[in-house]
Design a protein around this ligand. Structure first.
Ligand code: SF4
Length: 385
């Protein structure tokens, strides 16, 4: 995992051009051979265990200073009462405790990008409780959940400074931020990120770098179907690989598909096709053979097929809460995921929000390490699941 050699950018371009140049019959042959190679790499480097993280989703706040053209997560403050601008500690603890009872180990803390920069309502809510920022509040709530419930926080709350990463590291097992895509073209007029300055790839990469400097295991990924080209997909995978080669801290890459949602500027955009998704998953494996690669099963009805393209993880699945980013897409039951995984000849195991490769004093604070040591087996996976 810590070394990551794969095909070069030029080879990836060539593979795709070669595939594009052929008629449908040949194309299927080339794409299929990419997938066979990707699956063989997965088998030899990751084995036949496929993991998932049993989690609860904690939507700390729906406010966000940005506007992405596909997002239904963000809300305006006028749609909620002043008291519920952010989720209160008692509600956060209640969700975590319910998760604990259901055998979950991950508490996913989710928030929009720095809402306090846009909304006075967010600033006053935080100030009244002694916090200067949403991230400071999340760090404190992570402490509460870790200490009182014994669940492991994983924060996904936008871009982070180095100091913020260090603050979160004390109580978080890992941190996440989707790169989505490395192309600045997607920030242009009429594009998905036109009104979302926080989606500038240089800022996202800077956050990844901050996590690398702070020695934090980091989850990132691509969002497919938001107007990108295949070359831009390859460039994005290479940018993640370059970052990983510098700091060795990228633990996982999510290949996520855009899902059009009503009442958003991208409501009429097409979903990415299954073939495109499969091709990108296979390319991700060929570019980063050692990486943990994930496709979310709730966004893909025939999710089992992605095992044929080289994935080895299903990401966070909750038996307790909905996916607040994609509320229209319920998670399949863990039993169903297990039977699909086993039908393809794999074994399903629960992991922590931090992958086994990163369970060490270098990547985890002593508080987090202590909680993991109580629940882990000899492989660094969750005992009993
Ligand atoms: S930054 Fe995140 S929460 Fe904010 S609009 Fe974009 S996708 Fe939604």
């Amino acid at each position: 995992m810590l070394t990551c050699k794969g095909i070069s950018r030029d080879d990836a371009y060539r593979l795709v051009r070669y595939d594009d140049a052929y008629d449908d019959n040949n194309k299927q042959g080339i794409a299929a051979s990419m997938m066979v190679k990707a699956s063989m790499l997965r088998d030899s480097l990751k084995g036949r265990i496929v993991t998932y993280s049993r989690k609860v989703f904690i939507p700390v706040t729906y406010l966000c200073r940005d506007y992405c053209s596909y997002c239904t997560y963000r809300k305006e403050p006028y749609s909620m009462d002043a008291d519920s601008i952010m989720l209160k500690p008692e509600h956060i603890l209640a969700i975590a405790e319910e998760g604990k009872r259901a055998g979950c180990t991950e508490a996913l803390f989710m928030a929009g990008e720095r809402p306090e920069q846009r909304y006075p309502e967010a600033r006053s809510w935080l100030r009244a409780r002694g916090y200067a920022s949403t991230i400071e509040y999340i760090a404190d709530m992570s402490r509460l959940v870790l200490e009182r419930v014994g669940m492991l926080p994983h924060t996904n709350a936008g871009n982070l400074t180095l100091d913020e990463v260090k603050m979160l590291k004390e109580y978080n097992a890992s941190i996440g931020l989707m790169l989505e895509n490395a192309s600045t073209r997607l920030m242009g007029k009429g594009m998905a990120h036109e009104h979302a300055p926080s989606k500038h790839p240089l800022l996202r990469l800077k956050t990844m770098e901050n996590a690398g400097k702070a020695r934090v295991a980091f989850t990132t990924g691509l969002l497919l179907g938001i107007g990108e080209s295949m070359d831009e997909v390859i460039d994005s995978l290479i940018a993640i690989r370059d970052m990983h080669e510098r700091y060795k801290h990228i633990q996982e890459i999510i290949i996520q598909n855009f899902n059009p949602k009503p009442n958003t500027p991208m409501a009429d955009h097409a979903k990415p096709s299954r073939e495109y998704m499969m091709r990108v998953v296979a390319l991700a494996r060929l570019i980063m053979p050692y990486m943990n690669i994930q496709v979310p099963p709730n966004l893909n009805p025939d999710f089992g097929e992605f095992l044929d393209a080289g994935i080895n993880d299903w990401g966070g699945i909750s038996p307790v809460t909905i996916d607040h980013v994609n509320p229209e897409a319920p998670w399949p039951s863990i039993d169903h995921v297990k039977s699909i995984t086993e039908a393809k000849g794999f074994r399903l195991r629960a992991r922590f929000p931090v992958y086994p490769e990163y369970i060490s004093k270098e990547y985890l604070s002593s508080r987090v390490m202590e909680i993991i040591n109580r629940m882990r087996d000899e492989h660094g996976l969750v005992m009993g699941y």
